[in-house]
Design a protein around this ligand. Structure first.
Ligand SMILES: NC(=O)C1=CN([C@@H]2O[C@H](COP(=O)(O)OP(=O)(O)OC[C@H]3O[C@@H](n4cnc5c(N)ncnc54)[C@H](O)[C@@H]3O)[C@@H](O)[C@H]2O)C=CC1
Ligand SMILES: O=C(O)C(=O)Cc1ccc(O)cc1
Length: 307
């Protein structure tokens, strides 16, 4: 049985995209939404991100059978507490946070009497706020669902069907495994982008503006990632601290090995490394996961702007 009344808490990129996607792909479901920012609530109403934008979180969840928290990782606990009294006992609780163990704990503690099944759509852009959302964000993207050990299988399959209806390919894993994998595939790349753009900017004195002027190709891609929301990414690193530090340690060892190869003129090591990484890129494209393909979400909407 699919969800009939879906409450979305946080009407930014993720919450807005879910609202628009539900209207397009699950038209029989009714959506309510709430955002702590009055400006975001007003804009969400103008864009009709959900059927009804409510003045309080409690009002938004009062009749919900699914509530999805779409707020920054560090705001999950507080957002969940604001709905505790009003949330129907049989409503399923989920979220879209980029880290999973800390958020699962926060939601479980705030809503101890509810079934909580966390999820993470691995789909996004550098944009945020109520203008950033679009209905096709999740199309052909992964959504990782991280159920607790003893999960109600009916509830789990309901949530899986929900994400599949929005166009996502669903994968199920533990929250612990999710956090390790995403630390290296998403969190570390963002940290590297934030670092290199900062370093290049600090070097502007030396290069007299040339870093920005000649920022073609690779560096431009880093600036896109480094434009991602500061609040969200601060929270991601703080909420997935252990896994990120583990992966960062490994990354610096590998970086040091390449640094040494350059210093000693070990061309074979460099060549072998670059050959291996080129093969990885090519296998991703063969599997159809290339973001530059024409049907990738970023290219087929007209309203992704920063808030
Ligand atoms: N940006 C991305 O590409 C992706 C983000 N995520 C996750 O999705 C979640 C939301 O991220 P975005 O939608 O990108 O952020 P966003 O900044 O676009 O939207 C978050 C919204 O939550 C609101 N908010 C903050 N605290 C609140 C509270 N206590 N109650 C109600 N509303 C509150 C903000 O006013 C804002 O409108 C985060 O946990 C993030 O880790 C997951 C996948 C991709
Ligand atoms: O914009 C990009 O390249 C992203 O990587 C988007 C993104 C950001 C955070 C996530 O948890 C998942 C996806």
């Amino acid at each position: 049985m699919s969800f009939a009344r879906i409450a979305i808490i946080g009407l930014g990129l993720q919450g807005g995209s879910i609202g628009l996607a539900v209207r397009e792909f699950l038209p029989q479901a009714r959506t309510t939404g709430y955002d702590v920012s009055p400006d975001h609530r007003a804009r969400a109403a103008e864009r009709r991100l959900v059927d009804s934008v409510c003045d309080t979180a409690a009002e938004a969840v009062r009749e919900a059978d699914l509530v999805i928290f779409c707020v920054p990782p560090g705001a999950m606990a507080m957002a969940a507490e604001t709905v505790r009294e009003a949330l129907p006992a049989d409503a399923l609780v989920s979220d879209v946070g980029s880290s999973k163990q800390a958020i699962a704990k926060a939601l479980g503690e705030a809503l101890p009497d509810h079934v909580v099944i966390p999820a993470h759509p691995v789909a996004g852009t550098e944009n945020s706020g109520p203008d950033a959302g679009f209905a096709h964000l999740f199309r052909n993207r992964w959504c990782i669902v991280t159920p607790p050990a003893r999960v109600d299988m009916v509830r789990l399959s309901q949530l899986v069907s929900f994400w599949e209806a929005l166009g996502a390919n669903v994968e199920i894993m533990t929250a612990e495994h999710h956090d390790l994998v995403l630390a290296v595939t998403s969190h570390l790349p963002h940290l590297i982008a934030y670092t290199i753009v900062g370093t290049a900017s600090d070097l502007e004195d030396v290069t007299q503006g040339e870093v920005i002027k000649y920022s073609a190709g690779g560096f431009r891609d880093f600036t896109r990632i480094a434009a991602s929301d500061p609040t969200m990414w601060r929270d991601v690193f703080l909420s997935n601290k252990e896994a990120v530090l583990t992966m960062l340690q490994r990354f610096s060892e590998d970086l040091t090995a390449l640094q040494r190869a350059i210093r000693v003129g070990d061309g074979d090591t460099l060549f072998q490394h670059f050959t291996r990484t080129r093969a990885i890129r090519r296998s991703i494209i063969e599997e159809g996961q290339d973001d530059s393909r024409p049907d990738f979400g970023r290219g087929d909407h007209d309203s992704a702007k920063n808030s």
